[in-house]
Each structure stands twice: as structure tokens, then as C-alpha cells.
Write a protein that binds this ligand. Structure first.
Ligand code: ADP
Ligand code: MG
Ligand code: ZN
Length: 541
């Protein structure tokens, strides 16, 4: 830590003491352990009556968080937390609009640091415990919406796990968390901002959500905004007009309602994908034109209800002249965007989230768990690194197949067009090649080789290159992805000793992976079912 960083930390801690003075009576705040768009998390110690020091995690929510959102996060922790690998809560302190959630501190690993030295058995345990946490919250009717390694704390030494961060959680229709019912209805009313500033020509540009500097790509805190919290942000934006929040609302409207002839720009190869809404969901052109052009539209207004009504009653034969072309026509430009929550980080979002399917269930968390499993099996993190949803969807297609993705999307009412076909890859071959454990002489089909869109090392800062690649370029990429040839032959014996179980990955692992990453949420395995999958036979739930 540099001197200026130390000074900055000191200042942050002083500010927190000032904002919530009660803290000073109990806690000695020592360090900042997490900083995101919506909170800062500190490590604090408290002196117990016994004379012992106990560690706590103090999560200071940004003061602009919506009170209902905060209360819902707290209710998730109090009702579902403290058991089954879900973080519990000890206290909560508040002064004015400053809220600090106090949790037991769980020291944890950085996912990236341990990813490539975990044994296969550790990976199995990790997945089992993650799924256990998911089963538990799903029984409570909680959809976490932001399942990723930085929200699943893992203490390798103690074999302890804790799911954290209910800041984006939503409720299922029968949720047991009362406040999630409120949060959910807000989310569904959601944003109806009509913002085209971020679609210029055929390119989609995602504005940076805040003025905070970007973290390096490998950092656990990916500086992606949390669109799910947007409805609250928007309420706030009207009140205090915080710049960051206005930007957030702009970011959410990257997807227009049907103006999906969005070209994923690439210098050489172009993928055009157009998730197209089903006719019954399309809106009447005239009502679209009347849609307010304000950036922020108040929730639950009569006009948004009316707009919704007209959406369901509009003629089904309404078409435009840009279908299957790479431009966006004026009709489409004036369409209202579809309202659907899109929380989380693009690389972890399920296809139904990426295509803004309005019915999102607990299955979205299971998908994200599948993405984590994919990282663990392949040794690549983040596996999909996409700055926007279309790129993320294109990356999914390169692994699970474009036809398969299109077919699945149909089942949840979305048509996706893709300019180029990408075959589904064999998951074992893919993971073994990426991990460098494909030593068994298993012949890898060139079409089943890894693509450049799946490894962080091949990512580029140039957004123009963030696209999915043409099959012709695979060969080139393989040179970088596969282990050097001599490790396959000469060092084979020595390597076997250090394989940590990676030479004996059973087929069940890849079967489960495929079931977690089922493109169709209706048939995707549940956490409940996954825990009794043959992959976990040796473990008990
Ligand atoms: P955010 O909403 O800002 O992402 P999180 O609740 O995910 O906030 O916490 C951010 C980070 O703080 C986590 O990724 C983790 O590193 C750390 N953290 C959170 N809660 C705890 C805890 N109870 N014990 C230890 N570290 C924690
Ligand atoms: Mg988090
Ligand atoms: Zn059009």
C-alpha cells in the first residue's frame, strides 16, 4: 500500500466513524476489504467481554440506496442467513441515511489466486457448498441475481463457505421474504426510459457507470454497475440528481425494445444478433412515439401502465423494414425498451437475463453457478468477459452453440438471429484444453477447440475486438491456449504426480456442468436436484 493509499483509507475510515458515530464505541475499523458501486466493506474488530477480539465485516451501504432495497437485503440476511453457507448478520447500525450491516468476518481466498491450484476434490466441495447455499435461499424464494465468486466467500483452510451480498436479490412470486415482494414489484415496473444516446449507428456503447476508476480485469470487484438496483437509483436520481445514477439509467437502456439489429462491431467478422420480441409483446407504433422522452420516468405512473396495456394489445402483424438487416430503422428507434431486470455481471448472466426475458426465476442463479463451475474446470476466470449483454450472449453461443442458443431462446419467447453459426463444443475437451490437462492423447476435434472469447488472457481492451470470432481463427488461438508440446511428452510422469485429481475428472462433472448451463431455464437443473447429482455421490447433503 502506498502512502497515499494509506491516507485515503484513513480518511474513509474517519468519514465512516463520523457518519455513524455509534461504530466508534464498539469497533476498531482496520481495513477496507471490499469496495463496489453500492457499498464499501470494512474489517473491524470488537473487544468482547471475555477480553477476546472478534473480527467483523462492516458493510457500509451507499447513502443513496433505496430504504426498501436496504431493508430487503437485511431481511434476506436475517431470515435466510446464518445457516447452510449463507452469511448471517450480527447487527445493523444506522444514522440518517447511513446504514452499516455488521456480519461475522469470514477470511476468504481470492478466486483468481487459488483457481489453478485447487485440487479436483476441492472443486467438487466448492460446488457442492455453493449449491447448498443456493438450495437454501431458493427455498426461501430468494433469487440472488449476482452469483459470482466474489459473492461466495471461501475459506480454504477452514473449509467454510458463505454466500453474501443480497443487494440485488429479488423474490419469487411465493417468496417468504416479505420485503422482496415490494422490491420485486418495483423491479417489474422498472425502467421505461427511452434513451437512444447510447446507440450510435449500429454500435452499442455502454457508458461507464460511474466516475470511479476501472479496476483491472482480474480484480474481484468488477466495476460493472448493478442495473437491478436501478429502479431505486432512478427514484433517487430525480431527487438528488447524482450523476452516477443518471448514467446507470442510461446504461440500462442499451437494449431497445426491438431495435436489435445491433451489430456487434468487429474489424473482420461481424455477428449480428437480434433477439426479437414476440408479437404479443410488441408495442403499437403510435403509443411508442408518444412515450415520454424523459431520461427518468417515475415508477408506477399511469402512462407506463397504459403503455404496458397497449403493448399487449397491439397488432401482431406489426413489422418494420429493418428486420434481418444491420441497421436500425426509425420505427425501431422509437420503440420503448422492454422492462426486465438485468442484474448482475454480464459474464454470469443467464441467456434469459441477457435477452431480457421478463420471467426470471431461481434458475438464473443456477446458471451463474454453472459459469463458476466452468471457470473451476477450465482454470479460466473470468470465463466470459463481456462489457455488454449481446457480447455475453455471443460468447455463450461459441461454447454452447448458436443453434442451441437460438432454440432455447425460442422457448422463452425470444428470437435471436446470428450471422454465423457456431457449433456447440464438447465441454470436457474445452475445459481440458484450457486447463492444459488434455494429456491423455484424446484427439481434439478442431471445431471443439477453445475460442478466443473464453479466456481472459485473450481479451482486449479494445471494445471493437470484443466479439466472437470466426471459426477460421481458432487455429491461431490454439497456439496460445494449449500447453507447450513438451509438457505432453517429456514431463508427463512428473506432471501426473501433481495432477491433483485433474487427470481423473469423471464424466459426471461435465454432465452436471451441462445441466447447470442448460440454455433453457425450464429444463435447467435446480440446486436441489444438483445436490443429488451422481457427481456428488460421495458427498452427503
Ligand atoms: P457489494 O454489494 O459492494 O458487492 P458485498 O456484500 O458483495 O458488497 O461485499 C463486498 C466484498 O466484501 C466481498 O466480495 C468480500 O470480499 C467482502 N465481504 C463481504 N462480506 C464479508 C464477510 N462477512 N466477511 C468477510 N468479507 C466480506
Ligand atoms: Mg458483491
Ligand atoms: Zn426496424
Amino acid at each position: 500500500m502506498s502512502a497515499s493509499e494509506v491516507a485515503g483509507l484513513r480518511e474513509d475510515i474517519e468519514n465512516l466513524y463520523e457518519a455513524v458515530p455509534q461504530l466508534k464505541n464498539v469497533f476498531n475499523i482496520k481495513d477496507k476489504i471490499g469496495e463496489g458501486t453500492f457499498s464499501s466493506v470494512y474489517l473491524g474488530t470488537a473487544l468482547l467481554k471475555s477480553g477476546e477480539e472478534e473480527k467483523f465485516a462492516l458493510k457500509h451501504l451507499i447513502p443513496t440506496s433505496h430504504p426498501v432495497r436496504i431493508a430487503a437485503e437485511l431481511q434476506c440476511l436475517t431470515e435466510a442467513g446464518g445457516q447452510e453457507n449463507v452469511m448471517g448478520i450480527k447487527y445493523c447500525l444506522r444514522k440518517n441515511d447511513h446504514v452499516v450491516i455488521i456480519m461475522p468476518y469470514l477470511e476468504h481466498e481470492s478466486f483468481l489466486d487459488i483457481l489453478n491450484n485447487l485440487t479436483f476434490d476441492e472443486v467438487r466441495d466448492y460446488m457442492f457448498n455453493l449449491l447448498k447455499a443456493l438450495r437454501h435461499i431458493h427455498h426461501f424464494g430468494i433469487v440472488h441475481r449476482d452469483i459470482k465468486p466474489s459473492n461466495f466467500l471461501y475459506n480454504r483452510r477452514l473449509k467454510e463457505y458463505a454466500l453474501v451480498d443480497f443487494g440485488l436479490a429479488q423474490g419469487t412470486p411465493d417468496t417468504k421474504i416479505e420485503l422482496l415482494k415490494v422490491v420485486k414489484s418495483e423491479g417489474q415496473q422498472g425502467s421505461c426510459s427511452l434513451n437512444k444516446a447510447h446507440i450510435t449507428g449500429n454500435r452499442v456503447s455502454v457508458p461507464h457507470p460511474s466516475s470511479k476508476p476501472l479496476a483491472p480485469p482480474s480484480a474481484s470487484k468488477v466495476p460493472i454497475s448493478k442495473p437491478g438496483a436501478l429502479s431505486q437509483s432512478q427514484i433517487k436520481a430525480g431527487k438528488d440528481g447524482k450523476e452516477g445514477f443518471v448514467n446507470l439509467s442510461a446504461q440500462r437502456s442499451v437494449f431497445g425494445e426491438r431495435n436489435f439489429n445491433i451489430r456487434i462491431s468487429a474489424p473482420t467478422d461481424i455477428a449480428i444478433m437480434r433477439p426479437i420480441k414476440q408479437p404479443r409483446m410488441m408495442m403499437d407504433v403510435s403509443s411508442r412515439k408518444l412515450a415520454p422522452r424523459k431520461k427518468v420516468v417515475p415508477l408506477k405512473t399511469a402512462s407506463s401502465v397504459a403503455a404496458r396495456k397497449s403493448a399487449s394489445t397491439c397488432p401482431s402483424n406489426l413489422t418494420c423494414d429493418c428486420y434481418a438487416t444491420d441497421r436500425v430503422c426509425s420505427v425501431c428507434l422509437s420503440r420503448r425498451q422492454q422492462v426486465a431486470a438485468r442484474a448482475g455481471t454480464p459474464g454470469f448472466r443467464a441467456p434469459e437475463v441477457l435477452t431480457k426475458c421478463p420471467d426470471q426465476t431461481t434458475a438464473i442463479d443456477v446458471w451463474s453457478a454453472g459459469i463458476i463451475f466452468l471457470s473451476l474446470l477450465s482454470g479460466r476466470y473470468p470465463f466470459f468477459k463481456a462489457s455488454d449483454d449481446l457480447t455475453a450472449l455471443a460468447q455463450i453461443m461459441t461454447i454452447l452453440g448458436s443453434r442451441e442458443t437460438i432454440r432455447a431462446a425460442k422457448t422463452f419467447g425470444k428470437s435471436v438471429l446470428c450471422s454465423k453459426e457456431a457449433p456447440a463444443q464438447n465441454l470436457r475437451t474445452l475445459c481440458e484444453n484450457l486447463r492444459g490437462t488434455n494429456l491423455s492423447g484424446r484427439k481434439s476435434d478442431p471445431m471443439h477447440r477453445p475460442l478466443n472469447s473464453c479466456g481472459p488472457d485473450l481479451q482486449t481492451d479494445n471494445p471493437k475486438k470484443e466479439t466472437f470470432v470466426s471459426p477460421q481463427s481458432h487455429e491461431e488461438q490454439d497456439q496460445k491456449m494449449l500447453p507447450p508440446k513438451n509438457t505432453v511428452t517429456g514431463d508427463f510422469k512428473r506432471m501426473r504426480i501433481d495432477m491433483k485429481g485433474w487427470d481423473l475428472v469423471p464424466d459426471e462433472a461435465y454432465h452436471l456442468l451441462g445441466r447447470l448451463l442448460d440454455l433453457n431455464p425450464a429444463t435447467r437443473i435446480t440446486a436441489d436436484e444438483a445436490l443429488v447429482h451422481p457427481f456428488f455421490r460421495a458427498l452427503s447433503s
